[in-house]
Design a protein around this ligand. Structure first.
Ligand SMILES: [Zn+2]
Length: 226
């Protein structure tokens, strides 16, 4: 006990002439924010048995896609904000979102709230005919991605669309950063629609719809399965 206390005390540098102050360690700035406290609580309350994980591993999406979603839920994606926390990058400039060039690239900013990405989500929900107001954190967003027109098994397939949005946005973001590609919303949106169709066609028994049927009425296609 005494040794542990000494270890804690010794880890704090004592600087002469500098007053003590409180530092909120989950924020790089050391200043408390409600958002960082919420994230911290989520990280501590999410265990391997949390129901949100069954949404991932029961999915019809390919395993590498599920692996990405798993990291998103745990906030272990190598977003710039996470790299900054680990000391890999340092300045505001380096941590800025590569898509909007305005805010820090946290996981939730990049995948949900970046204006460029939010526009893709809005387009998806228009296509799906599902008006919705969605939360700002990834776990709640995934949990609330349901259609009242579908039963639980069909909603399991509906969730694959959420996975595809994240997959496409992350992939395009990496292309923008590492290959100098541009963000083209039409390409991202088309890619989402086609990937889900491809994954469900190859992996779900009874999902035998043409691309035209899928693009025209995705909810009807999902209602016809199971
Ligand atoms: Zn952004």
């Amino acid at each position: 006990m005494c040794a542990a206390l000494c270890q804690v005390i010794n880890s704090v540098p004592v600087v002469e002439g500098v007053d003590d102050s409180y530092v909120w360690w989950p924020e790089p700035s050391g200043v408390y924010t409600v958002q960082s406290a919420y994230k911290l609580l989520r990280a501590h309350t999410l265990g391997a048995g949390d129901p949100v994980f069954s949404l991932v591993w029961d999915s019809a999406a390919p395993s590498n896609v599920c692996g990405l979603i798993w990291r998103v839920i745990l906030d272990q994606l190598q977003s710039k904000a996470n790299l900054r926390k680990r000391g890999v990058i340092h300045s505001d400039e380096e941590a800025r979102c590569s898509l909007c060039l305005q805010e820090e690239e946290s996981t939730s900013h990049l995948l949900l709230n970046c204006p460029r990405v939010a526009s893709v989500w809005a387009r998806c929900y228009r296509w799906l005919g599902t008006p919705t107001v969605l939360p700002y954190d990834c776990v709640s967003h995934l949990q609330q991605h349901v259609s009242l027109q579908l039963n639980s098994k069909q909603n399991q397939l509906f969730r694959v669309i959420w996975f595809a949005v994240v997959w496409m946005v992350w992939g395009r973001r990496n292309s923008v950063i590492f290959k100098g590609a541009s963000w083209v919303e039409d390409e991202v949106f088309d890619g989402i629609q086609m990937r889900v169709w491809f994954w469900l066609t190859g992996r779900v028994k009874g999902f035998g719809f043409s691309v035209y049927e899928w693009l025209s009425n995705p909810i009807l296609c999902l209602q016809s399965v199971a």
